[in-house]
Design a protein around this ligand. Structure first.
Ligand code: GUN
Ligand code: ZN
Length: 468
């Protein structure tokens, strides 16, 4: 067994229980979608998947010079994809007691105001990318702040790690502290400059990112729409219909609109590769509009539960023909783990009388989220020609999970136990372009800082004790 990291261009092979999805099991049925090779081999060359198949036969004819990393008996899947999270909210996560609009004003905007400082953004980026890798997530769609420096911080580190990442500068020109506001003109110009500098560099893509209608004037939404027209292939990300107070504000601020979705439609933002976070309280007409535009609704279950926002209606989205993504929404969301996110999605849907079978859940975390982001030709499956981003999973990682898995009869049952009970501890290794970016056994961190990275608050005064 060889466990060396290797060079970006190195050829290597990974052996394990391979699992990926060639189609959505909810549409195509299991036989046409689930691909499982109990003893499989993935050959990787120059960061891309070259060949996939049964290991015993392939190993026999594999050149002896190609190192084989033997991950048996672990599962090997495409790296997980998180289509909605916020870089500047790693220190907002788990802030107590509020719903969306108050949570933004009380916790989120003050924290985001720090991100004009490049070093703050650099530190957060390193933590975020390390933590995503430790959770098996290899691609994400990321909101930075309104400060261009936060985008440069994120993209430069993602490029250094050769990751496939999507990110954008938040455009917001009202209803927030001065330090966070841009203008229709500066939001447009800064976005354009960032697109020129970063989009298409390595595996990076720029997402046009108007935060949401309440923090943009009509002039700014028009500017975002102008960018969307100028760059028709770029991803777009924003929030839609998360919370009743938010929806009421949009109705008041855009009195001409029939509903929330029409605000984005008017400015040409409802289209393919547009990711709409939440979509909890949509009318029938709004679903039809998202469907007609080829846009994606992104389900963020831990956030929706934490902020008390509402219960996502997956069945209604599917009936309307809308692609659905599944995401953490850090830091309204409360877990970096896509496994935990799938578990909470299952529970939300149970409250709606709906079900999320394990195959459908793992399809969402991989090929489904890739398709939702328009990246299905690059990532999300274990297939020749795709990028070699992989996660290795141990369904015996913890005693509660191992005991449950002892009793399962099928792969679907094993996967269901993994998503309900699994967390970071099940992630044995994570690969991006064939390079190992996380290794459980080595507790490997690519950029473990030598110095303390966040300044602690003064310790709370102990009753009767002296100040420390
Ligand atoms: N709507 C606008 N901004 C945000 C945000 O940062 N988080 C969530 N959950 N919803 C939003
Ligand atoms: Zn969000």
């Amino acid at each position: 067994m060889t466990t060396a990291m290797g060079d970006a261009g190195a050829t290597l092979a990974i052996r394990g229980r391979l699992l990926w999805f060639d189609a959505d099991p909810a549409d195509a049925g299991e036989a046409a979608s689930v691909r499982f090779v109990e003893d499989g081999l993935v050959v990787i060359e120059k960061g891309m998947i070259r060949e996939v198949g049964e290991a015993p036969a392939m190993v026999r004819r594999l050149s002896p010079s190609i190192p084989v990393v033997d991950h048996r008996p672990y599962l090997v899947m495409p790296g997980f994809i998180d289509p909605h999270l916020h870089l500047p909210q790693t220190q907002v996560i788990a802030s107590y007691g509020t719903e969306l609009m108050e949570w933004l004003q009380k916790y989120t905007f003050p924290e985001e105001s720090r991100y004009g400082d490049r070093e703050v953004a650099d530190i957060a980026t390193r933590f975020l990318l390390d933590t995503l890798a430790a959770n098996g997530t290899t691609t994400a769609s990321v909101y930075c702040t309104s400060h261009p420096a936060s985008v440069a911080a994120f993209f430069s580190e993602a490029e250094r790690r050769n990751l496939r990442m999507v990110a954008g500068k938040v455009m917001m020109d009202r209803n927030a502290p001065e330090a966070l506001l841009d203008t229709p003109e500066s939001g447009y110009e800064q976005s354009k400059a960032l697109i020129a500098e970063w989009h298409g560099r390595g595996r990076l893509e720029y997402a046009i990112t108007p935060r949401f209608a309440p923090t943009s004037t009509e002039a700014q939404l028009q500017a975002a729409g102008a960018l969307a027209t100028e760059y028709p292939d770029l991803p777009i990300q924003t929030h839609l219909s998360e919370n009743h107070a938010e929806i009421a504000y949009v109705a008041e601020a855009f009195p001409w609109s029939k509903d929330y979705t029409e605000v984005y439609e008017r400015y040409g933002l409802v289209r393919r590769r547009a990711l709409f976070g939440h979509c909890l309280h949509l009318m029938e007409r709004e679903r039809a509009a998202l469907s007609a535009g080829g846009a994606t609704a992104v389900f963020c279950p831990t956030s929706n539960l934490f902020l008390g926002s509402g219960l996502f209606d997956r069945a209604a989205m599917r009936a309307a023909g809308i692609a659905v993504g599944l995401a953490t929404d850090i830091g309204g969301g409360t877990s970096y783990s896509m496994l935990t996110t799938a578990a909470e999605a299952y529970k939300v849907l149970a409250l709606k009388g709906q079900r999320l079978p394990a195959f459908e859940a793992f399809h969402m975390l991989t090929a489904g989220n890739a398709a939702a982001m328009g990246l299905e030709d690059r990532i999300g499956r274990i297939a020749p020609g795709l990028e070699a981003d992989l996660v290795v999973l141990d369904t015996g990682a913890t005693e509660p999970l191992r005991r449950r898995v002892e009793r399962v009869d099928t792969l679907a049952e094993e996967l269901f136990a993994l998503m309900i009970l699994g967390d970071e501890r099940t992630i044995v290794a994570t690969y991006a372009t064939g390079l190992r970016i996380h290794d459980r056994s080595a507790q490997f961190r690519r950029s473990l800082p030598a110095r303390q990275e966040s300044v602690p608050l003064q310790s709370p005064r102990q009753p009767g004790g002296a100040d420390q």
